[in-house]
Design a protein around this ligand. Structure first.
Ligand SMILES: [Zn+2]
Length: 130
């Protein structure tokens, strides 16, 4: 394994400490190419990492792994509800997640909906990327 890797799937997941794909799917070293950002926010580095896994490692499967009670989506909702600009680096996360439910007014009880919308948004974004 030191000379090459041949993962069979790329997992784009949230950075949440409770969501480690290798542990959840009971996989070992070299099995999964894992890319993680808070709220699986698809920034340029994440997109480039996923593209790398497809182009250079020939990974045939890409999966997006969101989860219940996502703190990144919750933080995005809170920032929007409070009409506050988050500190710079956090604001960039809010800016990446917010389009997932741009068509809906932000309400206090929409966390589950927003999490699912964020997963669908990420998948759509990846599918539409050449
Ligand atoms: Zn999360």
């Amino acid at each position: 394994m030191a000379h090459a890797q041949h993962p069979f799937a790329t997992i784009f997941a949230c950075s949440d400490s409770r969501e480690a794909p290798e542990i959840i799917f009971d996989r070992g070293l070299g099995d999964l190419f894992v890319v993680r950002t808070a709220g699986h926010a698809l920034d340029r580095a994440a997109l480039g990492s996923i593209a790398f896994s497809i182009e250079y490692l020939r990974v045939p499967l890409v999966a997006v792994m969101g989860h219940e009670r996502c703190g990144a989506v919750k933080a995005t909702l809170e920032a929007l509800q409070n009409h506050q600009r988050a500190p710079d680096a956090l604001q960039s996360l809010v800016n990446l997640i917010r389009p997932a439910f741009d068509d809906y007014p932000v309400t206090p009880d929409m966390l589950d909906f927003a999490i699912q919308a964020n997963i669908r948004y990420t998948v759509r974004h990846l599918v539409q990327t050449p």
